[in-house]
Design a binder for this molecule. Structure first.
Ligand code: ADP
Ligand code: MG
Length: 610
């Protein structure tokens, strides 16, 4: 080995660039974030050859003092924080002071800026050479900054080799612009590629303008099938758009989650979302969402990753709970009911203390567990709507169904027609045809009934702890000391789940009882999975998830089969049940249960009134 020597500034920056400048898209991310941090309200992005040849970003932000230009290009130089205290509650997107220096070390970078209103002023900085010396020259520029990055990776061939096709690189780059456009509605963005305008987004301030931007970025179909939600917990606010379960995707490619304006990918968030969609999505499908979480910056550590794609939450359980319960509740209300749901107070409801969920009393009419599920659909009295508006104490949950059929206007007449109307006939033993105030309603009777049955079975289970069955031979499991602690800490959770687990030693457990319905499953694997959930999220939905699968299968068998003739009162009873059943907008597999055609649509079909 040779003697130790200091790295040249350029080499040190190139090493840092290894982390933050992976491809043209990462340059765009860093430079755009700087524009947003500088308070820009307009950003113009010009790209040539997917950013490999040229990335030029111009903003109308605060600009940089000419004297500071060389500093802006040096490593460990930032205007955004000056103490550890600032770091712990940082509000800007950047703070590490290394992006421009890194980019400048692997490209030909020109930084032109003016921080005064006088357009004739302005200065340009070019960094070159091993020592990254900065050359300054006057360059008139309106207030704001232009960063020009040419020939990315011209001096780092290894990096250049990792670049993919122009199309792939541009897709990455466009994705970065989309994310930032979703993070700041108030800022106008234009993106041009090889001279062609790809996106032109005006600053959006009113609700309708924001919706238009989301539609422009995520596609109009998403917006048409999205629910707007808003959950305010006092110390935390979650809002945004949630794709309806029927608008699921084969890939997790339409999922945006922002924490205090920063887009992140996070395991905890992903888990909470997945759990909320658990029983309304077809297996293997992914939900679509654009969600914003706002909380005290001191509650989030953003200095976890140089690219800042990840964050660490101080109270991860509270965050998990906020996301899960907010989404779960909003999705539960996807059913053919209209207007704000009345708050349930009377008997006939039970609160599931674990989820804060209110379950409908089973045993009312058809479909109660234990009742024979031969597929008969007995009409039942239609009482006051058994809908609900629950949430954690002190938490407000609002959701609007957007353009989804669930937002049917209620007829204003004194004898209001129920949202799904009254049955007219049955088609081919599969569909129910009904008439409501707006026009024609079509229901897939098997799909609808399956969901109703399933929700009833779940409600029955939610009323009480899951019944357990003692094991003939208790099973010993070797675990860590920490896991033993979890068993002691969460004893009540285990009981609720139908599990009886004793501590047998410092590092061993003895399972004495498991849920009846999970007879014959791998006991050790089950307990380990529950423990790992408890360790990571403070709660476990494994058993519930497992049981739900079983209940779902049972519901499918119990639901009315195709080709069974239903009488009109039976059909009406099914429609009324749909209106009051949570998640009844889609069947257990995420397929829609009903659709409608308004009189207007029918008129169009027959070219009436033209
Ligand atoms: P960081 O963003 O972490 O501070 P950067 O290397 O990205 O580090 O930028 C260094 C500094 O240059 C910033 O702190 C900021 O003061 C200044 N700067 C960079 N881009 C802009 C811009 N578009 N407008 C105003 N100032 C900028
Ligand atoms: Mg920066």
């Amino acid at each position: 080995m040779s003697r130790i020597q200091l790295l040249s500034p350029r080499l040190a920056n190139q090493i840092a660039a290894g982390e933050v400048v992976e491809r043209p898209a990462s340059v765009v991310k860093e430079v755009l974030e700087n524009s947003l941090d500088a308070g820009a309200t307009r950003v113009d992005i010009d790209i040539e050859s997917a950013g490999c040849k040229l990335i030029r970003i111009r903003d109308n932000g605060a600009g940089i003092d000419a004297d500071d230009l060389p500093l802006a290009l040096s490593r460990h130089a930032t205007s955004k924080i000056s103490s550890l205290d600032d770091l712990e509650r940082v509000g800007s997107l950047g703070f590490r002071g290394e992006a421009l220096a890194s980019i400048g070390s692997v490209s030909r970078l020109t930084l032109t800026s003016n921080h005064r209103d006088d357009t004739s002023e302005g200065c340009s900085a070019l960094c070159e050479g091993r020592d990254m010396d900065v050359q300054l020259r006057p360059a008139p520029h309106p207030r704001g900054t232009t960063v020009e990055v040419r020939d990315l990776f011209f001096n780092t061939p290894a990096r250049r080799k990792f670049l993919r096709t122009e199309k792939t690189e541009f897709n990455h780059l466009e994705e970065v612009v989309k994310r930032l456009a979703l993070s700041r509605f108030d800022v106008g963005f234009t993106l041009r590629h090889n001279g062609k305008v790809i996106h032109s987004l005006a600053g959006a301030h009113a609700d309708a303008e924001r919706q238009r931007r989301v539609a422009a970025v995520c596609g109009p179909a998403f917006m048409e099938q999205a629910l707007f939600i808003e959950v305010d917990r006092g110390d935390m606010r979650l809002w945004g758009w949630l794709g309806l379960p029927t608008f699921s995707r084969s890939q997790a490619d339409l999922q945006y989650f922002f924490v205090n304006g920063r887009v992140i990918r996070d395991k905890l968030v992903a888990h909470a979302v997945k759990q909320a969609y658990r029983d309304v999505l077809y297996h293997g499908r992914h939900p679509a969402f654009v969600l914003y979480l706002e909380l005290d910056p001191a509650q989030v550590d953003v200095n976890v990753h140089p690219g800042k794609h990840e964050v660490r939450f101080r109270d991860s359980r509270a965050v998990h709970q906020c996301i899960f319960s907010g989404l779960h509740r909003a999705l539960a209300d996807v059913r053919p009911a209209a207007g704000p749901p009345p708050v349930a107070t009377a008997e006939g409801f039970a609160v599931d203390t674990a989820t804060g969920e209110i379950a409908t009393q089973p045993g009312l009419g058809w479909g109660a567990p234990g009742a024979d599920s031969a597929g008969a659909y007995a009409p039942r009295a239609y009482g006051p709507a058994a809908t609900l508006a629950a949430g954690q104490a002190g938490e407000q949950v609002r959701s609007y169904a957007g353009l989804h059929p669930a937002s049917l206007p209620v007829a204003e007449a004194p004898e209001a027609v129920p949202p799904l109307g009254y049955a007219l006939a049955q088609l081919k033993g599969i569909y129910i045809l009904a008439e409501n105030a707006e026009g024609l309603v079509l229901v897939d009777m098997h799909a609808a009934h399956e969901r109703i049955t399933y929700e009833r079975l779940k409600a029955a289970r939610a009323l009480d702890a899951i019944p357990g069955q003692p094991l003939l031979v208790p099973e010993a499991i070797a675990v860590s000391e920490r896991e033993v602690g979890l068993v002691q800490e969460h004893a009540a959770v285990f009981t609720r789940l139908g599990l009886l687990v004793d501590v047998a030693g410092e590092e061993s457990l003895l399972v004495r009882q498991i849920p009846v319905t999970l007879r014959g499953s791998d006991v050790a694997a089950l307990v380990r999975d529950v423990l790992s959930d408890l360790a990571e999220y403070g709660s476990s939905d494994r058993i519930e998830a497992h049981m739900d699968e079983i209940l779902s299968t049972m519901a499918c068998h119990g639901a009315v089969r195709a080709n069974r003739r239903l009488t009109v009162p039976e059909m009406n009873a099914l429609l009324r049940d749909m209106e009051e059943t949570e998640r009844s907008g889609q069947c257990n597999h995420g397929r829609p249960t009903w659709t409608r055609m308004s009189l207007d649509e029918l008129d169009k079909l027959f070219l009436r009134g033209r």
